[in-house]
Design a protein around this ligand. Structure first.
Ligand SMILES: [Zn+2]
Length: 454
């Protein structure tokens, strides 16, 4: 793992000339995430009875309408006096068919914390959870579907981070998104991601949290479970690459260097730097078998997105109408996604891991543009070039590398505030990456270089 140290001699000068205020410290944001709040919020979401996307939208106490009104009110309550957090409903009518039996309005709840640095505010960093739920039959909008873990847990992670961060905006824009219609086929996330792509928005990272509240596994066997790990899924090859894209991936051997995979590696590095209690277990695939999630809707729209999910899921607690059924030895087994199966301490720690990654991502510079390895002639060293970043607090760049068989970056060299570096290693033998760092010590996502003659 790359050490969390860097030096920047010119920073005092740069900081004096930078327009943005000091960004929030990750440790402070993590400390502000309250386990008590997490507990209460999960219980509150489950108490709406069902949050099925076609459930009653008019009752003040039951169904998806009551749930989204409560979510909107929570986000609004986090905004301090003279705060800048804005909250809105994103409403649309999905086509009838498939898992949507009748005309309905789907509503995503969106809270936006605008970035403070003019050069960074256009970049948007997302944290996502889906607030809808389902009973055993996905077409049944009436039966109880408490959805405490799927995905009350992810929704509450989004809330808890917004609550901790709302008073201290970051340099880039942070978006807190609670989607509807996930169980109906990722409908809310697809709509949001496609709209964002059509507006040419610059979404540089999406952290989707879906089933992140129960580390104990089937049967609650505490001897085999770990409350210290969470799976982090990332795609390798995009879903619908163009022929040219595929050609580039093949030529560079970039099968494991998609933007989503760089994002997954980034989260793992932040976890080490910030010494988080829960650490990501990187899984280099899009998702589990037979399952899907909102992150893939963002992937399909062309954005880097990853999925957090607990390590050892209990399938009796997912997509099941609450009930007791006799088990193999006759003792009753509880089915259903009930709040007592969500561990608030674990969930708060998952939210802290997300918050740490979010604060780093949203205060770091952009990944360097036009990153390339110079392949003009055969040589034993490797020359890399890239474009200079625009942010006024950029202090320099690092070249990172790893063996082609390694999962994460293992080598790093601080090359200073330049746009070209030559590394004493043969480009044929390792993978290289380039990242920018700023005066606060925040590093950008890694840019995976193309190959070019100059
Ligand atoms: Zn889910």
């Amino acid at each position: 793992m790359i050490p969390p140290t860097l030096t920047a001699a010119t920073c005092a000068l740069l900081l004096a000339s930078a327009s943005a205020a000091a960004p929030p410290a990750p440790k402070d944001v993590m400390a502000a995430i309250s386990q008590d709040y997490v507990r209460t919020a999960v219980d509150t979401l489950a108490a709406f009875g069902t949050r099925h996307s076609l459930s009653d939208a008019t009752s003040p106490t039951r169904g998806i309408g009551a749930a989204r009104n409560w979510l909107k009110g929570q986000f609004e309550s986090f905004n301090p006096p003279s705060g800048t957090l804005t909250v809105h409903f994103e409403e649309f009518q999905p086509p009838v068919g498939g898992r949507i039996a009748k005309p309905v309005t789907f509503v995503n709840v969106v809270a936006v914390l605008p970035g403070t640095m003019p050069e960074s505010a256009h970049r948007r960093i997302y944290v996502v959870g889906h607030y809808d739920s389902m009973p055993s039959d996905v077409m049944d909008p009436d039966s109880d579907a408490p959805g405490a873990n799927d995905d009350g847990s992810g929704t509450v992670a989004v809330l808890a981070i917004a609550r901790a961060l709302a008073a201290t905006p970051c340099e880039a824009t942070v978006v807190f998104l609670c989607t509807a219609g996930e169980e109906q086929g990722l409908i809310g996330a697809k709509y949001h991601a496609e709209q964002a792509a059509a507006r040419k928005e610059s979404i540089t990272a999406v952290l989707s949290n879906d089933i992140v509240g129960d580390p104990w596994g089937p049967g609650g066997d505490k001897s085999r479970a770990t409350p210290y790990a969470i799976r982090l899924f990332s795609e390798g090859i995009p879903r619908n690459p163009s022929a040219a894209q595929l050609q580039t991936i093949r030529a560079l051997a970039a099968e494991s260097d998609s933007p989503s995979r760089q994002l997954a590696r980034y989260v793992a590095e932040v976890a080490a730097i910030e010494d988080t209690v829960v650490r990501p277990m990187l899984v280099f695939r899009l998702d589990r078998f037979l399952r899907g999630g909102d992150h893939s809707a963002f992937n399909e729209a062309g954005f880097a997105a990853v999925r957090f999910t607990e390590v050892d899921e209990d399938y009796r607690h997912q997509h099941q109408t609450p009930r007791l059924e006799p088990g193999p030895d006759g003792t009753p087994v509880q089915y259903g996604d009930l709040p007592e199966h969500v561990d608030a301490e674990y969930l708060a720690n998952v939210a802290r891991l997300n918050a740490a990654a979010l604060v780093h991502l949203a205060n770091a510079p952009a990944a360097p543009a036009a990153a390339r390895i110079i392949t003009a002639k055969l040589e034993y060293t490797t020359t890399l070039r890239w474009s200079a970043n625009r942010e006024p607090d950029v202090a320099g760049y690092e070249v990172v590398w790893r063996q082609t068989t390694d999962a994460v970056w293992t080598g790093v060299k601080d090359v200073g505030n330049v746009t070209e570096a030559t590394i004493d290693q043969n480009k044929d033998n390792v993978f290289f990456g380039i990242r920018a760092y700023d005066c606060h010590g925040y590093r950008s996502l890694v840019a995976f270089p193309a190959a070019a003659r100059d």
